[in-house]
Design a protein around this ligand. Sequence first.
Ligand code: OSB
Ligand code: MG
Length: 368
Amino acid sequence: MKLERVEIIRVKLPLVRPFRTSFGEQTLRDVLLVNAYSTDGQGWGECAAQVDPYYSEEFIDGAQQMLERWLIPLLLAQRNLVPEEIPELLYRVKGHRSAKAAIEMALLDMHLRVKGQSLSRYLDGVRDTVEVGVAVGIADSISELVDVVADYVADGYTRVKLKIEPGWDVEPVRAVRDRFGGLQIQVDANAAYRAEDIGHLKKLDEFGLLMIEQPFEEDDLATHALFSQQVLTAVCLDESIVSARSAEAAIDAGACSIVNIKVGRVGGLLESRKIHDLCVLRGVDVWCGGMLESGVGRAANVSLASMSGFTLPGDISASNRYFVQDITEPFELVGSCLKVPTGAGLGIAVDQDLLTSLGAVRTHVSSH
Ligand code: OSB
Ligand code: MG
């Protein structure tokens, strides 16, 4: 296939509830979509980068620059684009993984739409529904947190992830555990702790958590390994895992026993598949993380999570947990699961009229 032009679309979607983590609070999702066109058809991708460079070094305006100036021109110059070769073509550009993931997603979607094959089928998915959970932000008070969790439990969620930070950890977790005995609970610190907090974090062992996600800094495998030896709860890495190679290094170092796979963080669906395959080989559980995606990125996440190694519920909640109105058909909770799209490619349609009415800003990139 020959890439002819790409449209980058930016649109802001307000969140139904502010989302607070150790690195800040978000009240809206600043969405960047990529719509790629070839002679054969078109496809969609979404960039997972956030507004601020607080989760990782990427930020959404920087990702747009990267796509416009470097990544898309590089791909427009190819006479024959084969999706499997995209990571190698983009390798020359250092980092900027979520920008790379966005254009790779659009080209895979385009390729699979032409082939008439779903992304799940392409990835050898084995499930037609996937178990999901919900990520719960830091609240103003413990009673407010318990109320928010109660709403999600009423919706059907059976697994919650509580965001923690120093000063908001043992007591909020205790309150949720006391109130919801059978609920699966895990916590995510987004790298907010240091080695001297190990003793304190070990107090979380009494709550039977599914895992503790990324307690320490992203480049600090040593402290994660030390902590893993001392804590009973499973340690999961998010920010530290940026490639299959870094996943292997983390596993070899004993830094984690669970890996969170995020398409954007690792540079695309193809690298995500590599990490999945590695973890299956090494007996490490994986699950699909989320970055507050719209229906486009959500479709990719649900399809990825249909692969056999995704044995833990993903941070892939129903659309209405994030937005009043999504820009695709909404993903809805069925029990505690989402349905895997079966249509070709991502299996979703983007509502172009809605994008326009929401004031979407479009930038065209082509070689002429
Ligand atoms: O650490 O998993 C994270 C959102 C933005 C940046 C980082 C993270 C998150 C989430 C959101 O936890 C999970 C979701 O999309 O539901
Ligand atoms: Mg995380």
